[in-house]
Design a protein around this ligand. Structure first.
Ligand code: CTP
Length: 401
């Protein structure tokens, strides 16, 4: 790939890892221009990055560089992507306010290429509302932000704040360069995870859904520029940064939230494993052991709302609705029935008995069945890949509306 990546290194301990990133980018054929703040040069020498990148490293606004005439303008013209890694709390604040008081911050203001910011700092600093607000502001300005990893930090704390692995930053760079912003300006609502139905104050009924498929769709939609509302039942996954995240418990609650936001949405994707039943009378007190004589406890179940069906009945003309069909037999036939009853534009059918498909896996094997009758079977793919294929189809439908 013949692209030029500008790497802005700011003064955090993770700066040393940027040597590996520069080296990897060069190995993969990218041109790399490294820029460092003064503080960054305390953690790693410009000479190291100069040797690895094969280009002058820019550290000073006022120094002369043989490659550039007016460096902050020339670099801005040359780069196809600007990566700020590691991005300190201080530098994030400067970017969010447009302060241009050294070379890198001035270049950031002059830059028109896509931006990837990799925050790395102590957990408490990262979670500080000021830092989070600054990141939200930068996201609104169109910057991509790769979430820090969780683990052991240089200050000996354990938590969120580590610079992600170099390979993860590299993959993000490749994705952004290839990325289509084809959902820009669209609002996409996704539900995900399992709903939970209370039995008594301590017990509930749920299912094995991990929520991964829905979260991948939400994340992919954010990357493509959509405003994302993620209505999530129980999962163990961190919500993607940049989504309006609404955690819910039961199917009734999920239904109510989604109906509230339906009119604002261009696209609705129902990826949640919604429980079809709930307990008729939820006990106010913790239930005691089963009856001594019969050794039985009988719970009466009643139906839950069919959320997609309810939304399908109020579907606006230009609203695209997508559902999933978890099937064990007669996949296409059963999925087509669901497509009709729920008034969907297309349905993502999966045979949950197949290895590598369905609940709790990182992969899925799906068939996309459209209202117009077209059927497309996809091979075994990562859930991220399936999410991209689903949103490609959504974009095709929006384009034809
Ligand atoms: N769904 C929903 N509300 C429900 C049940 C399902 O919105 N109460 C949605 C799911 O999120 C999925 C689609 O409908 O997108 C199909 O779900 P699935 O479990 O495959 O089918 P059901 O409609 O529940 O039918 P059945 O369980 O009888 O196969």
């Amino acid at each position: 790939m013949n692209k030029t990546i500008g790497i802005g290194v700011t003064g955090g301990i993770a700066a040393y890892k940027i040597a590996d990133l520069v080296s990897l980018l060069k190995k993969e054929g990218f041109e790399v221009i490294v820029m460092m703040t003064k503080a960054a040069t305390k953690f790693i020498t410009p000479l190291t990055l100069e040797t690895l990148s094969g280009r002058e490293v820019i550290t000073d606004m006022w120094e002369e560089y043989s490659d550039f005439n007016v460096p902050h303008i020339d670099v801005a013209k040359e780069i196809d992507l600007l990566v700020i890694a590691p991005a300190t709390a201080n530098f994030i604040a400067k970017m969010a306010c447009g302060i241009a008081d050294d070379f890198l911050s001035t270049l950031f203001v002059a830059n028109i290429a896509p931006v990837l910011i990799a925050p790395a700092m102590n957990t408490k600093m990262y979670e500080n509302a000021i830092v989070q607000n600054n990141l939200a502001k930068l996201r609104d300005y169109g910057c991509n932000i790769i979430a820090p990893a969780t683990g052991h930090l240089a200050c000996n704390d354990i938590g969120k704040g580590r610079l992600p692995e170099v390979e993860d930053i590299f993959n993000e760079i490749k994705q952004i360069l290839l990325l289509k912003k084809d959902l820009k300006g669209k609002t996409v609502m996704v539900n995900a995870g399992t709903t939970c139905e209370d039995i008594d104050p301590v017990r509930f009924i749920a299912n094995r859904s991990s929520g991964k498929m829905g979260y991948c769709i939400a994340e992919e939609a954010i990357k493509r520029g959509a405003n994302v509302i993620l209505v999530s039942g129980k999962t163990t996954i961190d919500p993607p940064e940049g989504a309006k995240y609404i955690p819910v418990w039961s199917a009734d609650e999920m239904c109510e939230v989604m109906q509230k936001y339906q009119a604002d949405c261009d696209v609705i994707v129902g990826a949640a494993a919604v429980g079809d039943f709930k307990i008729a009378d939820v006990a106010g007190q913790k239930l005691k052991k089963a009856d001594q004589e019969t050794d039985k406890l009988i719970l009466e179940l009643v139906g839950n709302p069919d959320i997609l069906k309810a939304l399908g009945q109020n579907k606006a003309n230009k609203q695209v609705m997508v559902g999933f069909a978890a099937e064990t037999n007669d996949i296409v036939e059963n999925a087509k029935k669901k497509l009709e009853t729920k008034n969907l534009d297309f349905i993502v059918a999966n045979d949950v008995t197949q290895e590598g498909a369905g609940f709790g896996t990182d992969t899925n094997i799906v068939t996309l069945i459209s209202r117009n009758g077209s059927i497309k079977s996809l091979p075994l793919m990562s859930k991220e890949g399936v999410a991209a294929a689903i949103l490609d189809k959504v974009v095709d439908i929006i384009t034809d509306l």
